[in-house]
Design a protein around this ligand. Structure first.
Ligand SMILES: [Zn+2]
Length: 491
């Protein structure tokens, strides 16, 4: 979840940005030729490493994929991830905190990432802990570490955000991010999920940032620098990490200059990384109005453009594909065992909350480029299992253009128009596509809510012959454990 604060800058319409827009669009258009599907790779006799790469597009349900695909490639195109040879539909399951024998039908990133990480269900807001009992659920990353695998976590969000945290930390609630959060009462968190019970002084695991600082993960790349400036026992979390032989990376130059034989800590933003794209003139979806004659006034169509905060002259912020490429080279350098890597495209979800279709589309395109890096790596390292999935559904929908509503208005002599927030995008191929967000009221509803649909899973790698058409998120965890030869989860 994210708040409503708009952290996007106004878009100067300069020739530099137009060139960048063209180059970025071309980069997206070139990506799908990367990797052809191959479900039955021939494995060599000697398998030097066993690897799992899990890609999570936050909020990336089929509707969000369709919207981005239409914009970037048109209805006949496809993403790199959609060319992977195995595909299944994934049920999203969430327990009630007040009665874990019952389910609720809307999830959040915390409980769903926890299920992908642990193979066990839990309730909203929880990070790898059991509903009500707060029992610790071991994660696949922790067990892979114990078996000698290297580990990496990469995200476009703060490292302390829910999805990434669920793979390496344990907390009654996702909001227990930093030491400061551990001593205050959080008004919107249930009593059984208050941070105070996870204080180290009371035998708990401590804040998410503190746990990440001592988790000995080989590659940690994302944002959230401000959380690591806080202290425990007179020392900042950052200095605690750096004393463990990590190389600190703050920008793209640092990322590529870093040696592969070091542990890597990338803190590329104070909180979340800036998004790749915004709407032309900062346009997002907006409410539809009627004029004084009672006629419906639809919003003006717009295109997407690179976000100057991400694509500045210095290219300071690495893309998710660049972070993924570096993580893969660092994790595989002189490694004879293998690794577990999770890569998250976090702001597909965050931009949908803000009703910003261009933000979503740019992040989804960037996520797919990161998947392409994973697939290129797997071509060279055939004992690599790649799973691309989402955690839960989001609010964006592709709906009819104004002409459809105008025809209906004429037919019944009453103004017809969609509820909620509406945007008309001019796609890269010049067609128009209408997007709606309507899971929260207007104008008081400040951000969109998640939806309860299934999410996709795209898979590639050895041993994937008999995957059911419909699975659940626990099944994905079992597949990954099986590939790494780890024990299956126990309740
Ligand atoms: Zn969300």
């Amino acid at each position: 979840m994210t708040g409503i604060t708009d952290n996007l800058l106004a878009t100067p319409r300069t020739s530099t940005l137009l060139i960048l827009a063209t180059l970025t669009a071309l980069a997206f258009l070139l990506m799908p030729i990367c990797c052809e599907a191959s479900s039955d790779r021939q494995l060599p006799d000697h398998l030097p490493t066993t690897n799992v790469i899990l890609f999570i597009g936050d909020g990336m349900d089929e509707h969000q994929i369709t919207m981005a695909r239409n914009y970037l490639y048109g209805p006949t195109g496809s993403f790199t991830m959609e060319k992977m040879p195995v595909r299944s539909s994934v049920k999203v399951q969430t327990l009630r905190e007040d009665n874990p024998k019952q389910f609720r039908y809307i999830a959040d990133s915390a409980n769903t990432a926890s299920t992908l990480a642990t193979g066990l269900l839990t309730s909203k807001g929880r990070i790898a802990t059991a509903a009500i009992s707060n029992k610790t659920h071991q994660t696949i990353l922790e067990e892979a570490q114990l078996e000698g695998y290297r580990t990496g976590l990469v995200s476009t969000s703060s490292l302390t955000d829910a999805t990434l945290a669920a793979f390496a930390t344990h907390s009654p609630h996702r909001d227990c991010q930093s030491p400061r959060d551990m001593t205050i009462e959080h008004p919107f968190i249930p009593i059984t999920q208050q941070c105070i019970q996870n204080q180290t002084e009371l035998g708990g695991h401590g804040s998410i940032a503190k746990q990440l600082a001592t988790a000995n993960i080989d590659v940690l790349l994302g944002g959230g620098a401000r959380f690591f400036d806080q202290q425990i026992e007179g020392e900042t979390l950052l200095s605690i990490i750096l004393n463990q032989d990590y190389r600190l990376l703050k920008n793209t130059t640092d990322l590529f200059a870093a040696p592969d034989n070091h542990k890597l800590l990338g803190l590329f933003a104070q909180k979340h990384l800036p998004v790749e794209w915004i709407g032309e003139d900062n346009h997002r979806a907006e409410l539809i109005t009627t004029n004084t004659e009672g006629h419906v006034v639809f919003p003006t169509p717009f295109s997407c453009t690179p976000n100057p905060r991400h694509h500045g002259h210095t290219q300071e912020t690495p893309s998710l594909a660049q972070m993924t490429e570096k993580a893969l080279s660092a994790l595989s350098k002189d490694n004879t065992k293998g690794f577990f890597l999770m890569v998250e495209g976090a702001s597909i979800d965050k931009q949908a909350h803000k009703r910003n279709p261009c933000g979503q589309i740019g992040e989804l395109g960037a996520f797919d480029q990161a998947v392409a890096k994973g697939r290129e790596f797997a071509m060279q390292h055939p004992n690599t299992l790649i799973i691309v999935t989402a955690d839960h559904g989001q609010a964006g929908q592709v709906i009819p253009l104004p002409e459809t509503y105008q025809l209906a208005s004429q037919a019944i002599h009453k103004p017809q128009y969609p509820t909620g927030y509406y945007a008309i995008l001019k796609t890269l191929s010049g067609e128009l596509m209408a997007i709606s967000y309507a899971t929260n009221s207007s104008p008081q509803g400040q951000w969109e809510m998640h939806t309860g649909t299934n999410v996709p899973a795209f898979m590639e790698g050895p041993g994937l012959g008999e995957i059911p058409i419909t699975i659940d998120q626990r099944y994905i965890n079992r597949l990954m454990r099986q590939h790494l030869k780890l024990d299956q989860p126990r309740h």
